[in-house]
Design a protein around this ligand. Structure first.
Ligand code: ZN
Length: 374
């Protein structure tokens, strides 16, 4: 028997000329933060854990942040989780931490069951990560993460998957005037690339569905980009947004030119999501079992289109001022008004929404992200 049966654990990977033993040590020392441990985050976390990223003895860390619990509808694509997790309703961050520990006990996996908001995200991400991975399912958290990346000068690997399409872009942020220059030449940030969508205008996995192998493919690309960053091989990163659809065998590259000088985030260094514009937020409504959600950036909602999308999820109607109806797959909280019935959702033309049948802000925010989407 070998003296150290784990000695050759990374041998096949370390054979790659761009990696080697030295590269393996860089992966071990890295401090990686994955925000959102769903279809993308759980696959990326597994691949990075297996690759020997964030090892305890090297002072590294693989931090896994998520606010949700494992549900049956997650299991077809979220590969770290099993039926026992859905049965027990375990938080994804805790289930992911345990799963990584079983796969590679040397990894310093740190699951954090928490909602990333403008007030919590900086503490949750922690000091000086090597790279951030976007595993989120909504634009609000995504732009919040972009603000953190640009403010702190940390690379961010953005990814998304919906239906049979995936999207990937690596954000190498510009730095503040006077700050020490990083090892990369800066490119556009997410705000340069994507306009803040009007609430309800984007498809989500909950409205358009998603094919498991597609989200796994996107997460694999994301893990590859993160590994290049951990190795300091910024020369290997390509400056384009990759869009692909394995179902239709289509690959597109969209140019990622220089940062947009008019970008409020990386150009103006105004962190609108992190600084939470006045009026934004979520509150439990007095005297009723309902939570009001106010989007961070107000944009007008196409009510007819939203009603059409939500019609697949329950009974919805559009009025000139709002879309309202019941979400058949979502039960009201126990002891709330409507106990035993489905949650009711109302979305107003300014993007504001009220979720009836819960007093839990985190649940209402998750419902908003799932069914309205921003
Ligand atoms: Zn920008």
């Amino acid at each position: 028997m070998q003296a150290n049966p784990q000695e050759n654990r990374y041998a096949r990977q370390a054979l790659l000329p761009d990696l080697g033993r030295e590269g393996q040590a860089m992966l071990a020392r890295a401090r990686v933060v994955i925000v959102g441990c769903g279809a993308l985050g759980s696959v990326a976390a597994e691949l990075l854990g297996r690759a020997g990223v964030g090892l305890r003895e090297a002072g590294g860390e693989l931090r896994l942040i998520d606010r949700d619990i494992v549900e049956w509808t997650n299991l077809h694509r979220q590969t770290l989780y099993a039926e026992v997790d859905a049965l027990a309703g375990r938080p994804k961050a805790a289930a992911a931490q345990d799963a990584i520990q079983r796969i590679n006990g040397d990894v310093n996996a740190m699951g954090m069951v928490a909602d990333c908001t403008s007030t919590t995200i900086l503490d949750l991400v922690g000091a000086a990560p090597t790279v951030l991975l976007d595993g989120t399912d909504n634009f609000e958290t995504r732009f919040l993460l972009n603000d953190v990346a640009v403010k702190q000068g940390v690379p961010l690997v953005y990814a998304g998957a919906v239906a049979t399409k995936g999207m990937l872009a690596t954000i190498l942020p510009a730095w503040e005037v006077g700050a020490e220059a990083p090892a990369w030449s800066p490119g556009p940030c997410l705000r340069c690339l994507i306009d803040v969508p009007a609430p309800g205008s984007t498809e989500t996995c909950d409205t358009a569905g998603v094919l498991g192998p597609v989200s796994a493919a996107v997460a694999s690309f994301q893990a590859v980009e993160a590994i290049k960053i951990m190795l300091g091989r910024f020369d290997l990163l390509r400056r384009h947004v990759l869009e692909f659809d394995p179902w239709h065998r289509e690959f597109n590259r969209l140019a990622m030119d220089a940062p947009d000088p008019k970008c409020p985030c990386c150009g103006g260094r105004r962190f609108e999501f992190l600084e939470a514009l006045a009026g934004a937020g979520s509150v439990v409504l007095c005297g009723s079992d309902a939570v009001q959600i106010t989007p961070k950036v107000v944009a007008s909602v196409d009510l007819a289109a939203l009603a059409g999308k939500l019609a697949q999820m329950g009974t919805f109607e559009a009025t000139p001022w709002m879309v309202r109806g019941t979400l058949e797959g979502e039960a009201c909280d126990e002891a709330c008004d409507g106990d035993g019935q489905s949650l009711r959702l109302s979305v107003f033309a300014d993007g504001r929404a009220i979720v009836h049948g819960t007093r839990r802000i985190e649940r209402a925010r998750a419902i908003y992200a799932k069914y309205v989407g921003q």
